[in-house]
Ligand binder design. Structure first.
Ligand SMILES: [Zn+2]
Length: 146
């Protein structure tokens, strides 16, 4: 599935006007490229170790930018390990917005020079700890249609 960064997005079983896409990139579409700081990468990987999921999906999302392999199944950075292609990451932003990124976003940054929008990077760096009460208060209320 391809969605441009910061566009509204709906996922199967999950619809909310608050959701904004980040990192839904695919072969055949240009994506923004650039550098990110190690601090941002560490924070993003940390949130993806055990991400809260309002809905769960069967199946694995493959990287279509990797030419043959579909991408790796895991990514490890600074001793934190993320499983790729299964979960999505929800990050609360300003004004009630919730960014949703596929877990593969860390692979896109690592291997395909993807750079996420500044406002998402700020939201990641100021995100409350995953599954903390402060986090859940800000991401709950996404309406599920399942
Ligand atoms: Zn790839």
């Amino acid at each position: 599935m391809h969605v441009f960064d910061l566009e509204p997005i709906s996922l199967p079983g999950l619809e909310s006007p608050k959701l904004r896409a980040v990192g839904w990139i695919e072969r055949g579409f240009d994506h923004p490229k650039g550098d990110v700081t190690p601090e941002f990468m560490k924070a993003l990987v940390g949130l993806l170790v055990d991400p809260w999921q309002p809905v769960t999906y069967a199946g694995i999302h493959r990287c279509t930018l990797c030419r043959f392999s579909g991408g790796p199944g895991q990514l490890t950075f600074e001793e934190q390990r993320v499983t790729l292609g299964v979960a999505n990451l929800y990050v609360p932003g300003e004004e009630g917005v919730v960014y949703v990124a596929p877990s593969s976003v860390v692979h896109y940054i690592d291997a395909h020079e993807y750079v996420p929008p500044d406002e998402f990077q700020r939201a990641v760096l100021s995100c409350p700890p995953m599954r903390s009460m402060a986090y859940l208060k800000r991401v709950m209320g996404l309406r599920t249609t399942a």
